[in-house]
Design a protein around this ligand. Sequence first.
Ligand code: DX5
Ligand code: ZN
Length: 217
Amino acid sequence: MVKIAPSILAADFLHLERDVKLVNDHADLLHFDVMDGCLVPNLSFGFPVMEAVAGIATIPLDVHLMIVNPDKYIGRFAEAGASYISFHLEAADESGKDAAEYIALAKSHGVKAGLAIDPDIPVERLFPYIESVDFFLIMSVFAGFGGQKFIEDSIGRIATLRAEMERVGVIKDIEVDGGVSSSNAKALIDAGATMLVAGSSVFKADNPAQAIAGMRF
Ligand code: DX5
Ligand code: ZN
């Protein structure tokens, strides 16, 4: 069954406890977006917020590192309570490293290792990591901001990745992030997505529980 991961980037930060508790009983994961203003043109939050959220979340934390040099911080996020940690292939490119290093590091900390790419990176670049990764994160908007419009092309990219997994006989989770709602959830799941991140469509909804239920197909 598909996992729904509300992104707290879209929560009301003056009522963060209320918003986390609102989705605790309905969602499968809590998505936590960390931005450094370098890999992406925006800043978000880090360890103090993460630790506070970890104290009240009853579902696993899914940390999305939109930062350069994620290897510096993977261990601390694991210690702070992350169950899933994703990092960008673009971050590895920038530092001249192989993303395989980040994957191995995350796994050594006992968390699920995810490799993410923005919409302008060819999806074929993920193929060499199918064996080693725990999940892939296909960005369906450019990383950095919540509330952007879903890029339709993402559905085909997910289908391409899924088809390659089937060809090699190794099936891993595919997470999709950006502009996800009940209007595109079915197409994404049909294409092969197994984890849906949703910020605005959950936390800006009148009824977040219903919004989550509306993405399960
Ligand atoms: C964007 C973040 C997303 C964001 C999604 O850089 O990675 O997780 O919170 O927000 P929505 O669902 O509003 O597009
Ligand atoms: Zn995210």
